[in-house]
Design a protein around this ligand. Structure first.
Ligand SMILES: [Zn+2]
Length: 323
């Protein structure tokens, strides 16, 4: 399936038909960024090859970019009042910038920086590439500002956007872009790419390389997910507080895993409770970065905190009220 996307990109490339704005979309962790980056590298490659030659000056700068840490790549500009503002990531390649959020959002000031870059003449390669990932991190103001650039695309400049939440992109931005859906990896592809043989891991990873690798390295994740769904209710409180101390990325993976397990269960049970629990997990995934009480949310998955936390108090209250 992955090969099909690559063949398509190759044909666009060699017919000189690569659109000026492409959105790669699909599930998290399935290699969208890698596909997009490879295309960016090819567009800049001095040998004009897809896949890129890997050894010209341009390709070397791009490889170097990939190896560097985010901190080393951060590029700052000045706003109207002369205040230093974070704009994007930039390595030694003069014709490539990588727009990424500094915290949770890509802001409108950053798009102004992109505009300045977009209208320059390429310095090393024949084209320029602006890479935006994750594209859904652009707030609506930023997306509208980007739209203005997309409406009058600067010559020889390509925009490559990567998103796992296409629904968060403005319809106007989508309509100005060429959409490429990246399918999840099959279990066979996953196995070949990661060397993982465990069928349970391959199944639960749902086509995501990230998830497969994390599940292999971090056995606690699966145990915790199972405990939250099926474990003893009395120890749930302690477990949920433990999760609260985890790093956000690990919390996110845990929620994804719970979602997969719940979904499997729901397909068999079709029960209202499982459906409700699934909704809770989805909202958790959406709001995790915005600061939610994860421990409470984990309770709600098991039927609401009142059943777990306040059982004693509630029944006590009822008795008091009736008596
Ligand atoms: Zn090259």
């Amino acid at each position: 399936m992955r090969e099909k996307v690559k063949r398509f990109l190759s044909s666009l490339f060699y017919h000189n038909r690569v659109p000026s704005s492409i959105i790669f979309y699909g599930k998290e962790g399935i290699g969208k960024k890698e596909l997009g980056f490879e295309l960016a590298m090819a567009l800049l490659c001095l040998e004009n090859k897809y896949p890129p030659c890997g050894s010209c000056d341009s390709c070397r700068h791009m490889e170097d970019f990939k190896q560097k840490k985010t901190e080393e790549l951060k590029f700052y500009g000045e706003d109207k009042r002369g205040k230093k503002v974070y704009l994007y990531l930039r390595g030694d390649h003069p014709d490539f910038i990588y727009l990424a959020p500094e915290k949770a959002e890509i802001k409108i000031d950053q798009i102004r920086g992109v505009k300045d870059f977009a209208y320059l003449t390429p310095a090393l390669s024949k084209r320029k590439v602006i890479f935006i990932e994750p594209a859904e991190a652009m707030n609506p103001y930023a997306q509208n500002a980007l739209l203005k650039v997309l409406e009058e695309p600067p010559e020889d400049t390509h925009f490559i956007l990567i998103t796992s939440q296409l629904q968060k992109m403005l319809p106007t931005v989508k309509s100005r872009s060429f959409l490429i859906e990246v399918p999840p990896l099959t279990q066979e592809e996953l196995k070949a790419l990661t060397g993982i043989e465990d069928p349970l891991i391959l199944e639960l990873a749902e086509g995501s390389i990230n998830m497969a690798k994390k599940l292999r390295e971090d056995r606690e994740l699966l145990n915790m997910a199972k405990h939250i769904l099926e474990g003893d209710v009395l120890t749930l409180y302690k477990k949920a507080l433990e999760v609260e101390k985890w790093e956000q990325e690990r919390q996110y993976l845990l929620l994804r895993l719970i979602q997969t397990l719940l979904h499997k269960r729901y397909m068999e049970s079709r029960s209202y409770e499982d459906k409700k629990a699934l909704d809770i997990v989805s909202s958790g995934l959406e709001y995790l970065s915005k600061g939610i009480r994860l421990s409470l949310l984990l309770f709600q998955i098991r039927g609401g905190n009142k059943n777990v936390l306040h059982k004693g108090t509630l029944s006590g209250y009822k008795q008091g009220a009736s008596g």
